[in-house]
Every structure is written in C-alpha cells, then in structure tokens.
Write a protein that binds this ligand. Structure first.
Ligand code: WT7
Length: 648
C-alpha cells in the first residue's frame, strides 16, 4: 500500500522537522513539557512575559488547565501588528468569491487588515462591547468574518461563530447559550450559486432572545432585508470609524472564543479556548504540520464556522505571517474543477481539505484536476474523518502527482489544533492512518470497559490523552461540571476523545471512529440525540432513534427510525415534511438521509433503546444482530429488517 508514497527525499523544501528531529523533540516534549513549551511559547509576542509554563491537573474533581498563566498578550496584535514592519504590504488574506464569473478575488494586505480590524473593533466598542462580552458571528466566508474575529480579540471580547448553514433555532440557542450582546451577520450568504438569507434568519432567531441585543449587518449581496431599531449598518459605521484601536492586554487564560459542538447527549456544548496556549499551539502546528515556509500560500478549504477555520484559516496562518486563502464557495461550483482552478490561480503551496470533498471530486473524474497547473503544491492535508485508502491514493496520485506528502490530521474542536498526524518529510506515510502524536501530545489506548491502559503495539481500544497540551479546551462555557463529566468522567485521570483507535505493529495510530452517539457526516459532527429531539418535536412523531450508516461520499449518513403518533399514516409527503422539519430545526447538515417508519423500536425490558441492533440494520448487516433475547418484544426487529432502507 505504501509504494509510491512520498517520503523524505520528495519534500521539495528542506522540512522543518526530519525523522531524527521528530524522535528527539517528541521525547523532550513529553519528558519535560515545561522546558519544551517555555521555548515554543516564544513563537508569539507577549506584552508581559510568562514565568509559569504548565499548571494542569487531570485529577478527578479538580480538572484545571492553565498554560503560561501569568503572561499577557493580545491575539490580534500577534496576527497583525507584529507583522506590519516587515510585511505590511504582503497579502495576508486572499478572498475567493463564490462565483468567479461575477466577482474577482481580493488581496488584503497586512496593512489593510490592520485598518479594517481596528475600524471594526471601534465599531464594536461604540456598540457597547467591552472586554469579556460575547459576540456571535453569523457570516458568510467573507473577509469581514476574519475582521470580526480579530476585532473581538483586539478589544478582549469573546467571539462565538455560528456556521452560516445553521438554522435560526440553532443560532438562537447559541446566542442565548453564551448570553451574547451583539450578533454580527450579513444580508445574504452566497454559496454554490444559492443564497441563504442570514439577516432574516437572525431576525427569526432574535424573536427568542432577550431584549437589547444589537445586530451589526454587513452588506454582502445588497439584497433586500428588513431593518429595525436594533440593526446597525456595518459598512457605514466602519467607513466612519477611526482606524486606531490599541490592542487590549489580555491574560493568557482569558477566554478567546467559544465554539459550540455536538456531543452524545442533548444540547451542543460551548467549547472554550483561551488566549495564550491556543495561539501558541495553532501557530506551531500550522508551521510544523504543513511545513509552512516564509512566502508560502496556504489554503484550508474549511469554513470559519468550524474549528478548522479558526485554527488554520485565521489564527495559525496569520500568527505566522502567512498568506491564507478564504474561500466562499463549494468544491463543485461553477464546476468540479473549482478547487484546482483556485490552487493554480493563487499558486497554492499547502492545500487542506476533508475526505468527503476528495471523494466527491474523485467521482467527478481526474480530467477536472488535470486541466490546472498544480505544480506549486507541496503538502496536502486531510481532516475531519478517517480517509479511505482509495481517496488517499487518488489525492496522492492525481492531485499531488506522487510528490506531495499527505498529512492526515486527527484532532477535534476540543483540542484546538492537531493531535495525531504525520509530519511532511519526517514520517513514512501510511494511507488512512493519523500515525504519530504531535509534540507534547501523550496518547494512550485504553481497554474500553475496564479502562486499563493497553501497552505495546498491535492493539486496539479507546483513544485517551494522558496529559495536557497548550491548545486544549479549558471548560464548557458556563458548565465546568459538564466538562469534567464529558471528557474526564469515564476514564479517571485521562482526557477521553470519544474515538476508538488502533496502534499498529509499528506504533502508528489509526482512528477507527467515534465510540459514542456522535456521527460524522461529511466531516461534521452531529449528535444523534440532537436529530432525535428535533424529530420528536414534530407533532406527528411519537418516538425516534437516529444512527449512522456508511455513506459513499459523506463517510456516514444519517439514518432515522421514526415511530408515528397513533392515527398518523406514513407517506412520502410526511417523509419530505420531516426532512424539511429537521433542516429548519438544526440546519441542512442534519437532514436525515434515510427515514424508516418503525412501528416499534427494539427496547430492553427497562425501556432502553438497543442502538447496537439499529446500527446493524442500518448498515444492512442484520445477519449478526447478536443477542436479542433481552428485548421486550423481539418481533419488532423482524419488521425493521423487512423494511430496512439501506440495501447494498
Ligand atoms: C472528530 C472531531 C478538528 C477537525 C474537524 C472536525 C473525527 C477528525 C480525523 C482524522 C479520523 C477524524 C474524529 C474526531 N476526525 N479528524 N484525521 N481521522 N477521524 O472537528 O467536529 O470537533 O470532530 O472528527 O471522530 O473526534 P470536530
């Protein structure tokens, strides 16, 4: 499998880290984290230098994580101001619009960025936003999204980005969840040739939010919107605002942002990242994992609504003084060559995307790739879910021409940056494996039921992390107990990732997927409980159970079993109605791919739904259902099998 995979000699620039460096530095990073991170803490500029490095506890009842705790800094000054003298006229952000036939790309220099961010920071101040206040950002992938993030950091406000694909309900829950003062949105969000009415979604969301919230509206398309007393015209206010806004001195452990993510139960959690450790970790992983060099053009195709966009479109690249691409569109619009056209146009050196996009483009055919000059590409990245060898090989051969190492980066919203990943030039690659821990990351494999550490190679279990790293989340917003319970409750003394993994004979890690009730749809995390509660909120639905099943392009699809209220009849029209319902409750990414009408769900005598059985039926693998003798009514299983929706 590993023939034709690029190794050290294929890396076209001398890599930051060689195989020997990796072994030596990794050992140093876990044996003496204080010394290692004291040195790497110097990657960023401190207003007040830290004297303490690591002060962390994974002890049950006292989960407390602090890095560089007596240092002070400002993130926007690190991402902008400190570059001005040397690279004020260098492009910081290349913005690529959704429709290249209608608009041109924009090049925003570090000096431009400084001006716009300072102006927006002053606008936020004028709206009454102060240090520690929360600001919701609900924007398309436009430069203003980066300005808004950096403007918040400039004045010490805490941003929480809500992906523009989320519904008004989901937006409202997040506004209320962090008690935001201001929402920054736009009139419309163009994507793939269609437009989402963000302002009108925000108006709907705000119906269920407290009085006094202000809404700052960016003009994107100029399309019509309604306007009320709480709305402020961002473009007009920025035109008037001063471009002088001194950066606020922040403590290393002050919250930088909140990002809501799905868990296995109930409402999404507000993951909190703080200022110092997060920035050090984002900057360092961006440089080392992508082997970023001065002058490189870096493209991460994610949306800033996800953590990938936070760390690898905005904070990591800008902290390193890179040129980063912000892409408003989708991989297949106007055609399936869009990614490669953008790579060629801007001479992209590092390209970072998700396996689901690669699979979709692979289906469109290699002629779309071959039309474009990709000779500037040096490193390719993958993130979000395990990459299947077929997609890996296509990425390697058709896109990378066998010349670009692929970094399969495993990490999570909670981890702030990469956790397991090959390093270009240092790692002999294996398609489908995330392979090695990044510096300072101490992975352990535990036996799932006993929680015993599984030593040695050629083993499998759940993936935990034995000690803290600077990019780690610090708490769940407003609910430290939930933080402790979710991540440290099952396996005492360890951070639990929620993923299963295998450590092969060589000691390389392979992620085998979530072991909790979280599914991974196109690289996006979806709690099955969230989809279920959306479904049962519909008047005609009595009960529902949602599981994942293998999907060719999305990785996993959403399979919903639905029991209707007495007297309701199943129909295609009702199926459609439920699909639309879930879209409006959560957003398009939560729409069930398959809905099966279930007269009953398999339950134990104590009433617990046996998801193991539902997963098997959804996988079309009902030959091996295992023991069903504990079911209250075993006959429901026969009906579910007979009417299963996924027939391979
Ligand atoms: C979950 C985290 C931060 C990355 C974007 C998703 C899965 C992520 C990989 C990978 C196998 C992966 C895991 C993880 N995942 N990257 N390279 N190989 N699985 O962030 O929404 O917080 O989801 O994505 O299951 O727990 P997220």
């Amino acid at each position: 499998m590993t023939t034709q995979t690029p190794s050290t000699q294929d890396v076209q620039k001398s890599p930051h880290v060689t195989a020997d460096d990796y072994a030596r530095l990794y050992a140093a990073s876990v044996n003496d984290p204080d010394t290692f991170w004291a040195e790497h803490g110097q990657r960023i500029d401190w207003i007040k230098p830290f004297t303490k490095v690591k002060n962390t506890s994974f002890t049950p009842g006292n989960i407390d994580i602090r890095w560089f705790e007596d240092g002070a800094l400002n993130v926007s000054a690190n991402c902008i101001d400190r570059h001005l003298a040397e690279r004020g006229n260098q492009t910081a952000i290349i913005w690529e619009p959704d429709d290249p036939t209608k608009e041109d790309a924009q090049h925003i220099t570090y000096a431009d960025l400084h001006r716009s961010v300072s102006k927006m920071a002053n606008v936020l101040k004028d709206l009454g936003v102060a240090r520690g206040d929360r600001v919701i950002i609900y924007l398309p992938m436009i430069p203003e999204a980066a300005y808004a993030m950096l403007a918040c950091t400039r004045i010490g406000a805490i941003h929480s980005i809500v992906f523009a694909g989320f519904s008004p309900d989901a937006l409202g829950a997040r506004i209320n969840g962090c008690d935001a003062k201001v929402v920054i949105t736009a009139d419309y969000a163009p994507r793939g040739g269609r437009e989402t009415p963000l302002k009108s979604n925000t108006d709907t969301a705000l119906l269920h939010c407290k009085e006094g919230l202000k809404c700052l509206v960016v003009k994107r398309t100029g399309g019509q919107t309604t306007w009320t007393d709480r709305d402020y015209d961002c473009n007009a206010l920025m035109a008037e605002a001063s471009d002088d806004c001194p950066p606020q001195e922040m403590n290393a452990e002050d919250p930088l942002f909140i990002l809501y993510t799905s868990g296995s139960t109930g409402q999404p959690k507000g993951v909190v990242h703080t200022t110092g450790g997060y920035l050090v970790y984002a900057a360092m992983t961006h440089e080392i994992v992508f082997d970023y060099h001065e002058g490189d053009v870096f493209w991460c195709t994610a949306d800033v609504g996800w953590v990938t966009g936070h760390s690898y479109i905005v904070y990591g690249p800008l902290a390193n003084g890179a040129t980063t691409i912000m892409f408003e569109g989708v991989p297949t619009f106007p055609d399936a060559g869009r990614f490669w056209e953008v790579c060629a146009k801007h001479k992209v050196n590092q390209f970072y995307t998700a396996p689901t996009a690669i699979r979709a483009l692979m289906g469109a055919g290699k002629e779309w790739v071959e039309k474009h000059d990709l000779s500037d590409l040096r490193v390719l990245g993958s993130v979000g879910e395990p990459i299947n060898p077929e997609a890996w090989n296509w990425y390697n051969e058709v896109v990378g021409k066998g010349n670009c190492p692929i970094v399969d980066t495993f990490w999570q919203t909670e981890t702030g940056g990469h956790m397991l990943t090959p390093l270009p030039g240092a790692t002999k690659l294996k398609p489908g494996a995330a392979q090695q821990p990044f510096f300072g990351v101490h992975p352990v494999v535990l036996e799932p039921t006993s929680g015993e550490v599984v030593e040695g190679n050629g083993v499998e279990g759940v993936l935990c992390i034995a000690d803290s790293w600077p990019g780690q989340m610090r708490t769940v917003w407003g609910d430290h107990e939930r933080f402790e319970k979710t991540y440290f409750g099952d396996y005492k003394g360890y951070y639990f990732s929620g993923d299963g993994c295998r450590r092969d004979e060589d000691g390389d890690y392979w992620i085998t997927g979530r072991v909790d009730d979280v599914i991974n749809v196109s690289g996006h995390r979806m709690g099955t409980a969230e989809v279920e509660s959306a479904l049962v909120a519909h008047a005609k639905v009595a009960e529902s159970a949602v599981v994942g099943y293998p999907h060719d392009v999305k990785g996993q699809g959403i399979y919903a079993y639905v029991t209707l209220m007495n007297g309701e009849e199943p129909s295609d029209a009702l199926r459609k109605e439920l699909e639309v319902w879930v879209r409006t409750e959560i957003g398009p990414i939560a729409k069930p791919d398959l809905i099966q009408w279930a007269p009953g769900l398999p339950k134990t005598r104590s009433g617990k739904i046996m998801r193991r059985i539902l997963r098997k039926i959804a996988e079309d693998d009902f030959g091996a259902l295992g023991d069903t003798s504990t079911l209250a009514d075993p006959s429901v299983v026969d009906d579910l099998i007979a009417n299963r929706m996924n027939r391979a």
